[in-house]
Write a protein that binds this ligand. Structure first.
Ligand code: TYM
Length: 326
């Protein structure tokens, strides 16, 4: 069976961008693939975390995965740090990654711009750990948002480089990036992607936001003075809202455009808010129930780690053999 790997960092809480760009697709793909969906807690250590809050955020993310409808029987849901093969393979791969390649990563450049006081080595080698995540499971497909495209390319390059030297060791993964919705923008600055940790939280919709907050954020969303619901680059705010509408309603952009002809932004924004809360309200309810059930969460992540380890161990054993490690 074909294999999928993907993950999200447990910082803050899931945004509408994470949901539309990634998790909505994860759910869709669970039917046809064996899926490994990880909470990549080790990646989050590249930014300073308060231990107590971090522990809470980790469990909260697992509850959010479940609330999003990911079936823990069908899918392997687990914490990255529970499977030590991730860091083990990351070291090996780091010896097959060039500094020049990591220097070119735009996310590293952006993040080191943002965290000037903490440009640590982990932030720099982050894409290598990500490559290890993917290659460990002999992954065919990686469903992600557009911002992960460059990391995926690097992962493929590292895998091919290794295979060229040692013979077929890693399956070469493909990115799975949605045609629409792969880059949801901030509601306040529609030229910037919606991000969990944005300072301007008015621009970010969290899956756990209550309905009244979502409506408020939508009303404040930056648009333009055209008063036209049309998908074109000179209207980035409206483009973004149309994308959100289309991905949640299942309509095409043309259908959205036709429906709101002559209707004005007030009505349109209200409808988008309603579409969002149609997803977030059930999400919030399920989330609360899952979060309260500690025994269930523990059962899910323990069995997830066991199943993940089983597959990861095979890859690491092969890699060690190929490398000539005794
Ligand atoms: P993270 O935690 O930033 O985001 C999780 C997923 O959500 C997607 N995403 C978006 N999609 C559309 N619009 C947005 N505004 C938006 N913001 C985020 C991301 O593309 C991602 O798919 N490095 C990864 C985590 C990771 C990973 C991996 C992913 C670690 N190892 C291996 C895939 C495979 C990250 O920080 O995602």
């Amino acid at each position: 069976q074909k294999v999928i790997f993907s993950g999200a960092q447990p910082t803050g809480s899931l945004t509408l961008g994470n949901y539309i760009g990634a998790i909505q697709n994860w759910k869709e793909l669970e039917k046809d693939y064996q899926c490994y969906y990880s909470i990549v807690d080790l990646h989050s250590l590249t930014v300073k975390q308060d231990p107590q809050a971090f522990r809470q955020a980790n469990l909260s993310f697992l509850a959010q995965y479940l609330a999003a409808g990911l079936d823990p029987e069908k899918n392997v849901l687990f914490f990255q740090s529970h499977v030590r093969e991730h860091t083990e393979l990351a070291w090996v791969l780091s010896c097959y990654t060039y500094m020049g390649e990591l220097n070119r990563m735009t996310q590293f450049k952006d993040k080191s711009e943002k965290h000037k006081d903490n440009i640590n080595v982990g932030l720099y080698t982050y894409p290598v750990l990500m490559a290890a995540d993917i290659l460990l499971y002999q992954t065919d497909l990686v469903p992600v948002g557009d911002d992960q495209r460059q990391h995926l390319e690097l992962c493929r390059d590292i895998a091919m480089r290794f295979n060229n030297v040692y013979g077929d060791t890693f399956r070469i993964p493909e990115a799975h990036i949605g045609k629409i919705g792969a880059r949801i923008m901030s509601l306040q600055e529609p030229d910037k992607k919606m991000s969990k940790t944005d300072e301007n939280q008015n621009g970010v919709i969290h899956m756990l936001d209550p309905a009244d907050i979502i409506l408020k954020k939508l009303k404040k969303a930056v648009t333009d003075s055209e008063n036209l619901v049309k998908y074109r680059p000179e209207q980035p705010g409206i483009q973004n809202l149309m994308t959100i509408h289309a991905t949640l309603s299942g309509w095409t952009l043309e259908q959205v455009e036709a429906h709101y002809e002559g209707k004005g932004y007030g009505v349109f924004k209200n409808d988008v808010a309603e579409l969002i809360t149609g997803k977030t309200e059930p999400f919030r309810e399920k989330y609360a129930a899952y979060l309260a059930d500690e025994a269930l969460l523990k059962k899910v992540y323990s069995s997830g780690a066991d199943r993940a380890r089983e597959r990861a161990a095979v890859t690491v054993a092969t890699v060690k053999l190929r490398l000539g490690l005794v």
